[in-house]
Write a new protein. Structure first.
Length: 154
C-alpha cells in the first residue's frame, strides 16, 4: 500500500458514511468501515465476519466458509468506496463491475475472522478503474484479485 503524498487527505469512514458512497445494502453490503482511504488511489475496507452471516447456513452446513465470490465482491466494494470518496455525491452515479482477473484463494475465511480488504489503484482511464486487491486475516493473504469497474450514470 502506498503512502499518501504530502497534503493528500486521508479518510476513515464509518458505516453510515459508506452508505452514502455506494448503493449496496444488507445483505450485500460487505464493508463495515474503511480506513486510510486516499481518494482515487487506495484504502482498506474492514469486514467483520460473524457466524450470523446469511450465507453460512448453506455454505457449508457444519463447516461454515465465506464464499470466495463474496470476498471478491468485498474487495470490489472497497475499491468503489475509494473512487466514490473522491467524487461529488450523486444519486445518479453507479459503479458497474466489468472484470475480475488473477483471482487466487489462499486460505478459507471463517466466522470470527476480520477481513482487511487492501485495494490499490493500478490503472485509470476516464471512467474505467482497475484495482489490485488483497483480502487479509491477521496479516496473511487469504484471497487476491484485480477488479475492473466503470463509473457511469444509472
Amino acid at each position: 500500500m502506498t503512502k499518501a503524498a504530502p497534503n493528500t487527505q486521508v479518510f476513515n469512514l464509518e458505516h453510515e458514511q459508506i452508505l452514502k458512497l455506494i448503493p449496496h445494502r444488507y445483505p450485500m453490503l460487505l464493508v463495515d468501515r474503511a480506513e486510510n482511504v486516499i481518494p482515487f488511489e487506495s484504502g482498506i475496507g474492514i469486514k467483520n465476519v460473524t457466524y450470523n452471516e446469511p450465507f453460512f447456513p448453506g455454505h457449508f452446513p457444519g463447516n461454515p466458509v465465506m464464499p470466495g465470490v463474496l470476498i471478491v465482491e468485498a474487495l470490489a466494494q472497497t475499491a468503489g468506496i475509494v473512487v466514490a470518496q473522491g467524487m461529488e455525491p450523486s444519486s445518479e452515479r453507479f459503479v458497474y463491475f466489468l472484470a475480475i482477473d488473477e483471482v487466487r484463494f489462499r486460505q478459507p475465511v471463517l466466522p470470527g475472522h476480520q477481513l482487511h480488504l487492501h485495494v490499490q489503484k493500478i490503472q485509470n482511464r476516464r471512467n474505467i478503474w482497475k484495482f489490485k486487491g488483497e483480502a487479509l486475516v491477521n496479516g496473511k493473504i487469504h484471497a487476491e484479485a484485480i477488479c475492473t469497474a466503470m463509473v457511469g450514470e444509472r
